[in-house]
Design a binder for this molecule. Structure first.
Ligand code: GLP
Length: 242
C-alpha cells in the first residue's frame, strides 16, 4: 500500500486526476469506480475542469458506483444515482447508460445485486476505483463486521454512519435510510487499482487502522492491505495518527 501525504484536498485531487487522465488517454474504454461522500468532490471538480479544457473525454469509458441507499424516491437529491449525476456524470460526456449503480429500489434485491456484479464483470472489471473512508473504517457501505469476501448485497447502516450522513439530509438523522446496497469488499478488491482519499482529523483513527492495524472485518478498509495496487492519499490531519 502506497501512502501519500499532500497539503490539501486540491493537491490530492490533482494527483488522482493525473492518473485518471493517463488511463483515459491510454485506453478511452477505461472503467472507473465512482464513490459518493464529500471526499471525492475535489477530484470530480478537477476532472470536470480537465474535460472542459478538452484534455480528457469520458465518451468511451464506463463507470460503476459503489453503493446506493435503499428506498429513496427516484428523484430524491440524496439518492446516490442523483448525487453522482450532479457531481460528475452529468457534467462530462459519459454516453447514456455508461454510468451504473446498484438499484436500491429493485423489487428483487438479491437479483439486482447479482445483476450488478454481472454488469461489472461484463465490462471487464474496474480499472481505477475511487474510495473514501467512513470514520468507522467502512469503505462503500461495508460497515464493521462485513465479510472480507463479500460481494454486492444489502446492508444495514450503523447508527454512526447514519449520524455522519445526516448532514446530507438537513441534519435529520431520521431521514437517513436504514439500508443500502453496496459492492462487497471482494467486489472492491477486484478493481485493478484502489485509490482511497481521506482528509481531516475525523478520519485519523480510521486511517491509522487502515495503514497500521491488523486486517480485520471490524475495520473493513484494512482489507486493502492485501491489494497489490492500493494508493492512500491523505492530508496531514488525516495522517496525524500514523
Ligand atoms: C458514505 C459512503 C462512502 C464514503 C463515506 C465517507 O458512507 N457510502 O463511500 O466513503 O460516506 O464520506 P465522506 O467522504 O463524506 O466523509
Amino acid at each position: 500500500m502506497q501512502v501519500v501525504i499532500q497539503p490539501d484536498a486540491e493537491a490530492i485531487a490533482s494527483l488522482v486526476a493525473d492518473e485518471i487522465e493517463r488511463l483515459l488517454r491510454q485506453r478511452p474504454e477505461t472503467v472507473l469506480g465512482l464513490a459518493t461522500g464529500s471526499s471525492p468532490l475535489a477530484i470530480y471538480d478537477e476532472l470536470v475542469r480537465r474535460y472542459e479544457a478538452g484534455r480528457i473525454s469520458f465518451a468511451r469509458s464506463r463507470a460503476f458506483m459503489l453503493d446506493e441507499y435503499v428506498g429513496l424516491p427516484a428523484d430524491h437529491p440524496e439518492r446516490y444515482r442523483n448525487v453522482i449525476e450532479r457531481e460528475i456524470a452529468g457534467r462530462v460526456d459519459f454516453a447514456p447508460g455508461a454510468v451504473q449503480g446498484p438499484d436500491g429500489n429493485a423489487e428483487d434485491i438479491p437479483a439486482a445485486c447479482e445483476q450488478y456484479e454481472a454488469a461489472i464483470a461484463e465490462a471487464g472489471g474496474v480499472d481505477l476505483q475511487i474510495l473514501g473512508i467512513g470514520s468507522d473504517g467502512h469503505i462503500a457501505f461495508n460497515e464493521p463486521g462485513s465479510s472480507l469476501a463479500s460481494r454486492t448485497r444489502i446492508k444495514t447502516l450503523t447508527s454512526q454512519t447514519r449520524r455522519d450522513n445526516a448532514r446530507f439530509f438537513d441534519g435529520d438523522v431520521d431521514a437517513v435510510p436504514h439500508h443500502c446496497l453496496t459492492q462487497g469488499l471482494a467486489t472492491i478488491m477486484s478493481a485493478r487499482h484502489l485509490v482511497l482519499v481521506a482528509t481531516g482529523a475525523g478520519k485519523a483513527e480510521a486511517v491509522h487502522h487502515l495503514v497500521e492495524g491488523p486486517v480485520s472485518a471490524m475495520w473493513p478498509a484494512t482489507v486493502m492491505q492485501h491489494h497489490p495496487r492500493a494508493t492512500v492519499l491523505l492530508d496531514a490531519a488525516a495522517a496525524s495518527r500514523l
